[in-house]
Design a protein around this ligand. Structure first.
Ligand code: ADP
Ligand code: MG
Length: 427
């Protein structure tokens, strides 16, 4: 937290107010349609959208952290996280809006050239209203978001106010993204503090569902921010719109995940050769996705399978049964099945595998250095691999399921929705 930040009464009230507005979900397809011609005018509209939507989402999180039950809201790490959200909220809401000439306002309002429109069923948004003493308060505005901010934009010579506003908000977003990097580990730390205080070994269902909502919201916020920063700062790449790849090649991402997971496995167990992974996947399977999300899920699932195979058959085993990845392409879904012969999971443990911090890899402390970066798990031990991967899958309308045959092995089904029209789940 920067030295200047203070959680004032006024800020608290402003946050409560913003939290009373509904969040607005965006689909993968909308993000792609919108960002495919990122002129300064389009970027300006995106800036306006994010400068209203993000404070609403942040405010919801502050409120939720505040209202956590059983003193979980009083844990030092949880308060720390809450302050990050409040500070980011304050930074965004105190960015001055640009003063635009009338003709530019009109152009921004006009629905000119044929860029695609976003769906119109978005909830009301807020508009700043400044009173005579210069205090601005948001109020409801019943114009669909799509009309106001995601409509098409004519390409003209934008005045310097527009360009500098785009730059300013991108800079602010970069600061915010960095501030929240260690969120997953810090919240995990907060839950550990709570478990210690309450002398619990497992987390209860209310905390589990809080964490699901909280981390899901983080995925959405980071998606919006990441997309915005990429559109504003990165040179256009073929097949990419921001951080979304319209031609994500599944085979290539899977092969990279296999190589990385096997490398970590060899390193961790001191193996010369990790269990083999067979990949059955059409070469030309390309679809629209965020490659980073896909790698994350495959990497986590593969590490689990590798660990199970190595530990079931013994590190000194002459050979290991291979792990099989089969990719199927349907009209609705692309499904990836990862099958291992790693002994499976007892049925009694099945309800636990998707709970945060459930692991059979032994107690692991949260290294403070480790917490500085974003959450990157080693071989195993944090119990975040499966629950977080499932959230990534669900974020774009997919799912992750696990079926085990105790005494034999495990099948993980990763379903990815290829229609990409489903809206973000907004907790
Ligand atoms: P971690 O790997 O850090 O323990 P995960 O969320 O990835 O956390 O997995 C949770 C637990 O689920 C693992 O510790 C393990 O006991 C069990 N598990 C997951 N995948 C498999 C698998 N393929 N075979 C056997 N057990 C598994
Ligand atoms: Mg794991």
């Amino acid at each position: 937290m920067s030295a200047g930040f203070k959680f004032t009464r006024a800020l608290e009230e402003q946050i409560r107010h913003y939290a009373s507005f509904p969040q607005t979900g965006v689909s993968l397809q909308q993000m792609v349609q919108f960002g495919s011609t990122p002129s300064q005018g389009v970027l300006f509209k995106a800036s306006q959208f994010i400068s209203e939507e993000l404070p609403i989402r942040l405010a919801h999180r502050v409120k939720e952290l505040d209202e956590l039950p059983n003193q979980l809201n009083e844990m030092p790490s949880i308060i720390k996280v809450k302050n990050w959200y409040a500070e980011s909220f304050q930074e965004l809401t105190s960015l001055p809006k640009p003063n635009l000439p009338d003709d530019i306002r009109k152009t921004l309002k006009a629905n000119g050239n044929g860029a695609p429109r976003m769906a119109d069923n978005t909830p009301n948004l807020i508009e700043q209203e400044t009173n005579s003493s210069g205090v601005s308060t948001p109020r409801r505005k019943s114009v669909p978001l799509s009309k106001r901010y995601y409509g098409p934009v004519q390409d003209i010579n934008w005045p310097p106010e527009v360009l500098s506003y785009n730059e300013k908000i991108t800079k602010t977003l970069t600061t915010i993204k960095r501030r929240h990097d260690p969120l997953v580990t810090t919240v995990a730390q907060g839950v550990l503090e709570y478990k210690r205080l309450r002398q619990r070994s497992q987390i209860d269902t209310s905390i589990q569902s809080f964490l699901d909502r909280f981390y899901m919201s983080r995925i959405g916020i980071r998606m919006l921010i990441g997309q915005h920063i990429a559109l504003n700062t990165e040179p256009p790449r073929p097949d990419y719109v921001g951080i979304i790849c319209t031609q994500t090649n599944l085979k290539q991402i899977a092969q990279d995940a296999i190589d990385n997971a096997r490398f970590i496995c060899e390193d961790h167990y001191g193996l010369f050769d990790a269990p083999k992974v067979q990949l059955i996947c059409p070469d030309e399977l390309n679809f629209m996705y965020v490659p980073g999300h896909l790698s994350h899920m495959l990497f986590e699932v593969l590490k689990n399978s590798l660990r199970a195979v190595v530990e079931t058959h013994g590190v000194d085993s002459e050979s290991f049964p291979p792990i099989k990845i089969i990719v199927a392409e349907g009209k609705e879904d692309i499904t990836i099945k990862i099958s291992d012969e790693g002994g499976g999971i007892p049925r009694s443990a099945m309800p636990l595998v998707f709970t945060y911090m459930y692991t059979t890899a032994g107690e692991q402390s949260l290294d403070p250095d480790f917490a500085k970066s974003d959450f990157k798990a080693p071989m195993a031990g944090f119990g975040y691999g499966l629950p977080l991967s499932r959230l990534y899958a669900r974020y774009f309308g997919g799912d992750l399921k696990l079926i085990s045959m105790e005494g034999y092995g495990t099948d993980v089904y990763l379903h990815l929705n290829r229609l990409s029209t489903s809206r973000e789940p907004l907790p």
